[in-house]
Design a protein around this ligand. Structure first.
Ligand SMILES: C[S@@+](CC[C@H](N)C(=O)[O-])C[C@H]1O[C@@H](n2cnc3c(N)ncnc32)[C@H](O)[C@@H]1O
Length: 300
């Protein structure tokens, strides 16, 4: 089984505008599809990669100009400092989970397989989907479903989950599907369930906060002329990336300096978002929701 089929591979690598002697970071290594092509473009440079899932370690490359760090990318700056790196020339983030994580039933990420409700990318972290589903207060669970799943009936879903878990703990993906699957017409069921699973996964892995920390670190770390390349699959993530690239902050406020110039350290390279062509989506359905944004650091 293939670990992961990289999305918008050539577009991401072109976006990085690789200098052969530069220092690059792929913060979401996964199966290493993007990293492999970055490495091919280096001569005298170095690629650091991050992945918080230990399973990605087996995909690491032996080359001396490559180092995989098994850690959350929210600690990017500290780990790079330990490697003696204070500045970089480009950073790629291909957010979310890999196909491998989805395809292993026991990881509990997918509505397609029965497995324990886990959903931790880092299997050593303490919060799993079981706790979110069985221990969160109804209002907190509703907030998670609303914010991260964009589910309008989040309150009713949370109520159904909490009432059912009081009778019997919800331990597996199929149990969760049995509790909520009847709440929408059959034709919308898969999309509805996928949103519920996505919301719980984002909460379990604290994905939004981790991305905020990553983006702010990335801007600091980039050299002038360095590139930030981000592939996102969820509107909340994309909004943060867009705000940062267009307005210079995660909230999207337009701030001007004394002279009335916008205060931003990045310049967008693609004004229009890049999406996968139909031919790519046909062979890699995961590419359907991908949104690629590229920016260059213009001010130190
Ligand atoms: C979409 S996959 C990346 C696939 C990769 N570009 C490839 O070509 O194979 C995302 C990967 O990033 C990792 N990941 C997601 N969030 C992370 C975080 N906060 N810190 C470190 N790794 C993370 C996941 O474990 C997963 O392996």
């Amino acid at each position: 089984m293939e670990y992961h089929n990289p999305v918008l591979l050539n577009e991401c690598i072109e976006g990085l505008n690789i200098k052969p002697t530069g220092i690059y970071v792929d913060v979401t290594f996964g199966g290493g599809g993007h990293s492999k092509l970055i490495l091919k473009n280096l001569k005298g440079g170095k690629l650091f990669a991050f992945d918080q899932d230990e399973n990605a370690n087996k995909n690491a490359f032996p080359e001396d100009d490559f180092k995989l760090i098994n850690a959350n990318f929210r600690h990017l700056k500290n780990f790079l400092r330990m490697e003696g790196v204070c500045k970089i020339d480009g950073l790629l983030a291909d957010l979310g989970v890999s196909s491998h994580q989805f395809d292993v039933a026991e990881r509990g990420f997918s509505i397609r397989f029965d497995g324990e409700l886990d959903m931790r990318m880092n299997t050593n972290s303490s919060l799993s989907a079981k706790e979110v589903v069985n221990e969160y207060a109804q209002q907190d669970l509703a907030n998670v479903l609303y914010k991260y799943g964009e589910l309008r009936n989040s309150r009713a879903i949370a109520r159904a989950i909490v009432e059912s878990s009081k009778q019997e703990a919800i331990i597996t993906t199929n149990q969760l599907i049995d509790v909520v699957g009847h709440m929408v017409p059959e034709k919308n069921k898969n999309q509805f369930l996928a949103r519920i699973f996505q919301a719980i996964r984002i909460e379990v892995n604290d994905e939004i906060k981790a991305l905020e920390e990553l983006l702010l670190d990335a801007v600091d770390l980039l050299n002038k002329g360095g590139r930030l390349v981000v592939l996102s699959y969820h509107s909340l993530e994309d909004r943060m990336v867009k705000n940062l690239m267009k307005k210079g902050n995660l909230e999207g406020r337009l701030e001007k300096d004394f002279y009335g110039n916008p205060m931003k350290e990045l310049k967008e390279i693609n004004r229009k978002i890049i999406v996968a062509p139909e031919e790519e989506i046909a062979i890699n359905p995961r590419a359907r929701s991908a949104k690629l944004r590229i920016a260059e650091k213009i001010n130190e």
